[in-house]
Design a protein around this ligand. Structure first.
Ligand code: ATP
Ligand code: MG
Ligand code: FE
Length: 350
């Protein structure tokens, strides 16, 4: 199916157009520079930016794709999770277009979109290779057993406190680096020694594994980095920013990859699929490659440019939903800031 996808859950306005798992256009406008001085996304500012960016992004996407609206089989839009005021902009645009063009509307899950985006690069999931997904984004960190992307996703583990991306953003602040922290820490770490400081690996102690074998915790790591930096500063020593960044990044990548491989083995998954903004991280990608290869697991990871928020990930998930024969979402579709990852799309009320 030919599908338009609209994403506005956070600070990226994304418009994508796909045909099945072929990407025809992926236009992204980010308001990130407007949030830098606040050290985080300001919801009101993000909403305003979406309102300004959405129509130009739509126009560019149709121009790039070389298709016309009357050819569309459906319009997919992120209905959650995310910032309500930001989601509402994309949802309102999608509803207006659905009514104007008489095309079915599908409210889909942003997190499942992060997982589905890999189809654009590596094709459909192999039904003969059970799949586990490691979803690592700004607000979420989970291990997901994927039966199929439309109606069979089970969360087998998740973070009990901070998300991986949140930890990156907070540690960057402690180190005096700019927001968002992920890309800057990734860069600084290239010049640092990952073995310089041994930071804690959350929920990997024996007694933690009993209850939290597939869960994550990054708040202790963040605190450990803060304490280490404060102690050094109090002693009048200069902070080796690159070493701290590399050592922190190593702790995050180590625990994410160890638990992901363990979950594959426990649940009999032979494919591991990586998704979410933090999936752009170079060390995570490298270590995951090593450890999945050693365990005989097939690794699927989208290129870094598709890991962060975009419209194509929403369009490709919409294409999956449409291909499954699912009924469209109601035109009264709302924004669901807490939409669970187990719900890929908003089905009409029974
Ligand atoms: P969610 O998807 O959970 O709703 P979000 O959409 O805000 O949250 P994403 O766009 O998926 O988050 O990812 C943004 C996060 O990814 C930020 O925390 C950012 O620091 C992190 N990130 C981006 N690039 C990298 C990188 N190279 N290394 C580590 N983290 C990164
Ligand atoms: Mg963003
Ligand atoms: Fe996201």
């Amino acid at each position: 199916p030919l599908v338009l996808g609209i994403e506005s859950s956070c600070d990226e306005t994304g418009v994508g157009i796909v045909r099945g798992d072929q990407m025809l256009a992926n236009e992204v406008a980010s308001s990130v520079e407007q949030h830098v001085r606040f050290g985080g996304v300001v919801p009101e500012v993000a909403s305003r930016a979406h309102l300004q960016a959405i129509v130009p992004a739509l126009e560019r996407a149709f121009e790039k794709a070389g298709v016309s609206p009357d050819e569309l089989d459906g319009i997919a839009v992120t209905s959650g999770p995310g910032l309500v005021g930001a989601l509402v902009v994309g949802i309102s645009a999608a509803k207006a277009l659905s009514l104007a063009w008489n095309k079915p509307l599908y409210g889909v899950n942003h997190l499942v979109g992060h997982v589905a985006v890999d189809l654009l690069e590596h094709g459909p999931l192999d039904p003969d290779s059970p799949t586990m997904a490691l979803l690592v984004s700004g607000g979420h960190t989970s291990l997901l057993r994927i039966g199929n992307l439309v109606d069979d996703i089970e969360e087998v583990g998740t973070t009990i406190d901070d998300a991986a991306g949140e930890a990156y953003d907070k540690v960057a602040r402690v180190l005096g680096l700019a927001y968002p922290g992920g890309p800057v820490i990734d860069k600084a770490a290239q010049f640092g020694d990952p073995t310089a400081i041994r930071f804690p690996r959350g929920l990997t102690a024996k007694h933690d594994l009993e209850k939290h074998r597939f869960d994550f915790s990054f708040s202790g790591l963040k605190t450990a980095v803060s304490r280490w930096v404060e102690t050094e500063q109090a002693a009048g020593r200069e902070i080796p920013v690159n070493d701290v960044a590399a050592s922190f990044q190593e702790a995050v990548a180590d625990v994410l990859t160890a638990k992901a491989v363990d979950a594959c083995q426990r649940f009999g998954a032979t494919t591991l699929l990586l998704g979410g903004g933090v999936a752009a991280n170079s060390r995570l990608r490298g270590l995951l490659e090593e450890r999945t290869a050693a365990a005989g697991i097939i690794l699927r990871r989208p290129r870094p440019g598709l890991c962060t928020d975009n419209g194509a990930m929403i369009a490709v998930l919409g294409a999956q939903v449409i291909a499954s024969g699912a009924a469209p979402s109601p035109i009264l579709l709302g924004a669901d800031s807490g939409m669970p990852v187990s719900r890929s799309y908003e089905a009409p009320a029974a």
